[in-house]
Design a protein around this ligand. Structure first.
Ligand code: MF3
Ligand code: CO
Length: 262
């Protein structure tokens, strides 16, 4: 029987210099999300929002992290992932015009001095229904609850377990096939960070680990499908989905959120 290792050495720890660069990358992502949010209004196209994201990131001397990012043979073609209504994540910006009552999830990554930041936020377009606002609030709260578990001595699964417990108590579901991730000098590092209590994620968290925590919360069931474009994930039942993400650094005394403006 193989010995179960409580700590996987594959998870990189971020030193002081890396932490400082990740704070700068996180700030760039937060500012870009802020500017995109300010541009969201009925009638705007998702391509126009992508341009705002790209100009903001480049204007701050950072590099878009998703543009050209390779998954298999597919390179991601834009700066932002913009996912509308039943689209869960990885929607490709284009000529689609947002309309009043839509929700739009914007996911952004930036690189500063080789270090990554990654965050997402679901915005309301104009006025949304009360049910929709409740879903959005639940997604935001789920992220906060997950982040609160990101402290030394806890395990990766404590994050997902807390998120899942809260989301399901509100009558919603968490997406299973997509998860959060370690982050640092690459966008995706070990460990995977599921948004549910997964048996596999028993890695013990330590100070210096950096995680992108990103619950995807569905109004209906947890199942998703991949569209023909090979990027866009949609809910199988067509119900709405929200996505909130922060890049978090685990400090000795708890989580430090990097994708904010201080
Ligand atoms: N936040 C998303 C993720 O971690 C964004 C990736 S989009 C990609 O998967 F184009 F870079 F893949
Ligand atoms: Co991410």
């Amino acid at each position: 029987m193989a010995r179960r290792r409580p700590f996987s050495p594959r998870v990189p720890l971020v030193g002081a210099e890396g932490q400082e660069a990740m704070r700068r990358a996180g700030r760039v992502v937060a500012l870009a999300l802020h500017h995109v949010g300010a541009a969201i209004t009925p009638g705007v196209t998702t391509a126009e929002l992508d341009a705002v994201a790209e100009h903001t990131i480049r204007g701050l001397d950072a590099v878009p992290a998703f543009l050209g990012y390779q998954v298999g043979e597919y390179a991601y073609p834009a700066t932002a992932c913009i996912s509308v209504n039943d689209e869960v994540v990885h929607g490709i910006p284009g000529p689609r015009r947002l309309k009043d009552g839509d929700i739009v999830s914007v996911d952004l990554g930036a690189i500063v001095d080789g270090w990554y930041g990654d965050a997402a936020y679901t915005f309301a377009v104009g006025t949304v229904r009360e049910k929709t606002a409740d879903l959005m609030e639940t997604g935001q709260r789920a992220l906060d609850i997950g982040i609160a578990q990101a402290k030394p001595g806890n395990r990766v699964r404590d994050i997902g377990a807390a998120i899942q417990q809260y989301v399901e108590s509100r009558g919603y579901s968490v997406v299973r096939v997509l998860c959060g991730h370690g982050i640092g000098q690459r966008l995706h590092e070990a460990p995977q960070v599921p948004n549910y209590a997964s048996r596999e994620s028993d890695i013990v968290l330590r100070a210096g680990m950096a995680l992108a925590i990103e619950p995807m919360v569905n109004a209906g069931g947890p199942d998703v499908d991949l569209e023909e474009d090979n990027w866009t994930y949609v809910t199988r039942d067509g119900a709405l989905s929200v996505h909130y993400e922060h890049t978090v650094l685990i400090q000795p005394d708890g989580p430090e959120i990097l994708t904010i403006v201080r």
